[in-house]
Design a binder for this molecule. Structure first.
Ligand SMILES: Nc1ncnc2c1ncn2[C@@H]1O[C@H](COP(=O)(O)OP(=O)(O)OP(=O)(O)O)[C@@H](O)[C@H]1O
Ligand SMILES: [Mg+2]
Length: 223
């Protein structure tokens, strides 16, 4: 079943069209790799999917009540950032209108902090965490409301190789429970290792297909 269907989508900033007539879908359990040159419109696509920019034309369809988790491409957190890792993750935990967390919310929060291996450092300021620790905190925050679709915009770009695989292994544990993933990356090895399908955005169009075609795709892109 599709968790996202994009049909004939055209997005523009003012007069400048970023991409046009884009169609693709993401099904349950898919790990969609999105590749394409800098500036081709990958982050713009994400912003359209999240409802942050209004498409010029076309449709974006989710099943009713689909929750989306999102880890953005860049975040400027300076060392003075006031929240602890726990408080930062908890920003996504409140479902009631109470000013405190319910017992269940606290339980789910602690569980997520444990799964993402943040327990030991949860009370430290997020601003002082390492790059990898920050990424795990972003991921924990995005996954906490139990989304159906997780969008990662180059979330591994600043990590060392081992950390990249750790982070995405973590994501695949949720994938087994029905999470679908859209992963924007320039890393072919990660694409090959985790992807099930790809979307290749190009200046003059796009291609989608099975990850089995990735060697051909890499050749086409890298030349
Ligand atoms: N708010 C905006 N107003 C006008 N143009 C914008 C805006 N945001 C992005 N653009 C332009 O839209 C195009 C697509 O940008 P986008 O950030 O989606 O690219 P991208 O594929 O994510 O690139 P990268 O791989 O570098 O992250 C670029 O030419 C960019 O300059
Ligand atoms: Mg981008």
């Amino acid at each position: 079943m599709a968790v996202l269907s994009v049909d004939d989508l055209t997005v523009a900033y003012g007069e400048q069209t970023v991409f046009s007539n884009l169609s693709f879908s993401i099904n349950d359990g898919d790990f969609l790799i999105v590749v394409g040159e800098n500036g081709v419109g990958k982050t713009t696509l994400v912003r359209a999917l999240l409802g942050l920019i209004k498409p010029k034309s076309g449709t974006i369809t989710f099943p009713k009540d689909t929750r989306i988790g999102y880890v953005p491409q860049f975040r400027n957190l300076d060392e003075e950032y006031p929240l602890s890792i726990r408080d930062f993750v908890a920003l996504n935990s409140r479902r009631s209108h109470l000013p405190w967390l319910t017992k269940k919310e606290r339980h789910d929060l602690n569980r997520m902090i444990r799964i993402t291996d943040l327990t030991k450092i949860a009370d430290r300021p997020l601003g002082l965490a390492s790059g990898g620790e920050k990424q795990r905190a972003y991921l924990a925050q995005a996954l906490l409301p139990n989304p159906r679709l997780l969008i990662l915009d180059e979330s591994t770009a600043s990590l060392d190789n081992e950390m990249k695989y750790n982070l995405l292994d973590l994501v695949t544990r949720f994938q087994q429970n029905g999470l679908s993933v859209m992963f924007i990356t320039h890393d072919w090895d990660l694409a090959r290792h985790y992807g099930t399908r790809y979307l290749h955005m190009k200046a003059d169009g796009y291609e989608t297909g099975s990850i089995d075609e990735i060697d051909y795709l890499q050749q086409e892109v890298d030349g």
